[in-house]
Design a protein. Sequence first.
Length: 512
Amino acid sequence: MVGIIIAYCMALAVSPAHAQTVRVGSKNFTEQEILGELVAQLIERHTDLDVKRRFGLGGTDVCHAAILAGELDIYVEYTGTGLLNVLKQPVIHDPDAAYQAVASQYRQQFALVWLPPIGFNNTYALTVRTDEAEANGWSTVSDLTSTDRLRTGFTAEFMERPDGLPGLLERYEGLAFASTIDLDPGLMYQAVNDGQVDVISAFATDGRIEAFGLTTLQDDRRFFPPYDAAPVVRGQLLEEHPELRTALAALAGQISDAQMRRMNYAVDVEGVRPADVARAWLDAWPDTEGVLDEALDQAAVDRPTGFLALVAERRSELIQKIIEHLVLTICGVGLAVFIGVPVGVWVHRVARVRGPVLACVEMIQTVPSLAMLAFLFAVYGLLGAVPAITALVLYALLPIVLNTYTGLNEVPAQLIEAANGVGMSSRQRLRIVELPLALPVAIAGIRTATVLTVGIATLCTFIGAGGLGDFIARGLARNDPRLTLLGAVPAAIMAVALSLIILLIERKLRRG
């Protein structure tokens, strides 16, 4: 039965996308999900194409690699990001010139089309508490060079990108910080507001800057390039479906910095769903002034306020995510058992391979989960279940292999000798004597692997595999504990339930 389930799951994982399905992606922060919803809903309203949403992907590199591999069809990118982070080109400060440069190079190098900019510029902005800025007379980034005692919190991308911290320190000679930590975008604003850090790499269109009363410092040495947002589409898709260009034309130059801040604020501070924010903008378009504010205010009033109310509102999506998570877990553990138990028997029987094999599975366990997922995504060139299940199998192997080996190793030597004495073959002895006696220890390893797999599967959201990690990632991005719990609580219940089911199976097998 497990084999049938695994085969079915793998068939689903590798099945090609339907010809009439457009896959819309986004990175893992609020603004990107709103923009992804705007694109998706426009396509649904104005074309006959189906839309598959692959939101919350782990940053620019994942989105760009996915669209090159044909795993995404559309996502919204920023001109500065495309110019520096993808094309590795020098900064162009003129917005029109920057757009023309990325549009031309993307078409030539990648066969990707940049549609017209949406209208707002979400540039990076070093941001501090207003009381600190007033007390120290800070108004520009250069003012920070007067001290080296500041604690900073930057996003992981900002820490590594050429238009982030490395380039910033090079442009602003004399700028130095006492400490620098990586922070999730959803936690940065609360961290600086609470005084846990002094400077963050905020986004200019983030509504939490105003909500927390923070001050953005002027980029007086013009380091940051323009970050005009625009949809990036696979050229082949536009040729096959020119109606997409018409459908998405409604976004061209239509969203101002202020409007984008208001929409981000609605999600991050007022708790409105990105899909509802996008719907409010589309319903108000083209006359969005005033009407959008009213619609967002009403959506904020209508939103569920408690955790149980959120569960009730999201019950359909929650059931879907639970099923996705269960499929990932069953496939991962099932394949790991299929591989790991024979490997455990092998290392018990063949002493010369014992050390290398056990060292190998132990080494896999030490690789950080996100790094493994990113590596497997790069290897397969695929988003979704295939790299995710591969990672889950690799992480589940250690407890299964080790416990199978340990259980077999603990079988009393006297019983082995007795089995040999009555003329049992090696295979008969394994089946009749050794495996039944090793079963409790081996099952314990499978239980451990299952609980471990449920937890690691929550990280598979960053490569588009879905599951309960989608809620957790969204909750972290918006600093919303209710959303985080919406994913974490069912995951914990699932881990306990599966562990108990495996325990009951073990007891039944032992009695049989």
